[in-house]
Design a protein around this ligand. Structure first.
Ligand code: PLP
Length: 402
């Protein structure tokens, strides 16, 4: 019996059609996996108010503090006055403005590519890139820890999917060797892994891409503003960038705004413009946000001090964590996972830190694999040395008390 027939022939117990809601939510609560949004009114890049209490945030992706930078905020306000609050239509109808084109040209230059295509979010960019490049005749090969947006994209594309253990490129090579007969093979990785903070070996992936004739897509969401000699990300080196077929990025992390993009050859961007459904069938990113993102790129390029502060803080945090018995050698990014494994323990640690005035939510399945719960600490250029020292003191106490 095929699975469709098996589903429809099986006798399901008669119950109200929404009874599964309570059941599923209760199961999540029992497993310490239940989640709820909390209103945190940010008052600065790393400050916020929760239930009337002022908190210092060690959990965001605003690595350079640009979401509150006066030039970025000013460009957003001025952009809204000039262009309105929204784009009013999809890009291929009347939603495309010259500021979208200006932002795309700028992002292409940052990533050493001929052109770029802006999407409404980074999630949609990944969905748009992979579903345009891959179909049922193709193979997507990805790192086990690739972000959910890439996993969802690969599934939606209908391609065969093979996953190699995290950063185990020998296994990636074996998979490629043992996978003849596909129309296209697409290698997918993050540059900085969002929940672990370590980095991919892009040079090795380029070697594999060339050996097996694959396309290489690199999600540089957490690399932009963070990696390279001046925050250009995984594609800062033109020689390396040339070998990456599509560099995906977001405007929502170190650039402090919202939106995603693909940077690639002009031909690839032309192709994505025509075949990328999450680009075609949605309203364009508001032009005011394009103006803000342009200002953020300007600030990043004109203020190398921000990038230097970020890395000074990364080193300070790493040294403090090492002194507390947690090892992160070498620090590859501003992301530090404090592993608890157990979900309930991650929640307790997060709550103890909250009581001390620091917000670091517990990260649990399905964001990370089951049994790999953690706190995901991040530092920003916007923290002060005192913030980091106070946080480390609170963390040491919290680790003793849980
Ligand atoms: N890719 C990675 C690696 C991410 O961590 C995220 C966001 O968390 C995204 C893509 C999606 O980006 P956005 O938040 O801009 O939709």
């Amino acid at each position: 019996m095929n699975s469709e027939k098996a589903r429809t022939c099986r006798k399901w117990p008669l119950c109200p059609p929404d009874s599964f809601l309570d059941e599923e939510l209760r199961t999540l609560q029992d497993r310490h996996l239940y989640r709820k949004v909390r209103a945190i009114d940010r008052t600065g890049a790393v400050r916020g108010i929760l239930d009337g209490r002022s908190l210092c945030l060690f959990c965001g992706n605003d690595y350079l503090g640009l979401s509150f930078h006066p030039e970025v905020v000013g460009a957003l306000i001025e952009g809204a006055r000039r262009y309105g609050a929204g784009a009013g239509a999809a890009r291929l109808t009347s939603g495309h403005a010259s500021v979208h084109a200006a932002l795309e040209a700028r992002l292409a230059a940052v990533k050493n590519k001929e052109n770029a295509l802006v999407y409404s979010t980074g999630y949609l960019a990944n969905l748009g890139i992979l579903t345009a490049l891959a179909g049922p005749e193709d193979l997507v090969v990805m790192d086990k820890l690739c972000h959910a947006s890439m996993v969802d994209a690969a599934r939606l594309s209908g391609a065969a999917i093979r996953v190699y253990p995290h950063r185990l490129y020998r296994r990636c090579e074996e998979i490629l060797k043992r996978s003849p007969g596909f129309r296209r093979k697409i290698l997918v990785t993050e540059s900085v892994f969002s929940m672990d903070g370590d980095t991919a070996d892009i040079a090795e992936l380029i070697r594999l891409k060339e050996k097996f004739g694959c396309l290489l897509v690199v999600d540089d969401a957490h690399g932009t503003g963070v990696l390279g000699r001046r925050g250009g990300g995984a594609a800062e080196d033109p020689a390396q960038s040339e070998k990456i077929d599509v560099v995906m990025g977001t405007l929502s992390k170190a650039l402090g705004c919202l939106g995603g993009y693909a940077a690639a050859s002009s031909k690839m961007i032309d192709y994505l413009t025509n075949f990328s459904r999450p680009f075609i069938f949605t309203t364009a990113l508001p032009p005011a946000l394009c103006a803000a993102a342009l200002a953020a790129v300007d600030v990043l390029e004109r203020n190398p001090g921000l990038f230097e502060s970020l890395w000074r803080h990364v080193r300070r945090m790493r040294e403090g964590l090492t002194a507390a018995g947690l090892s992160y050698e070498p620090s590859e990014s501003p992301i530090f996972p404090v592993m608890t494994g157990d979900e309930a323990e991650a929640l307790r640690l997060s709550q103890t830190l909250l009581e001390a005035g620091f917000l670091v939510p517990a990260i649990r399945y399905p964001t990370v694999p089951k049994g790999k719960a953690r706190l995901r600490l991040t530092v920003s250029a916007a923290h002060s040395d005192d913030d980091i020292d106070a946080f480390l003191a609170a963390l040491r106490c919290s680790l003793k008390s849980i």
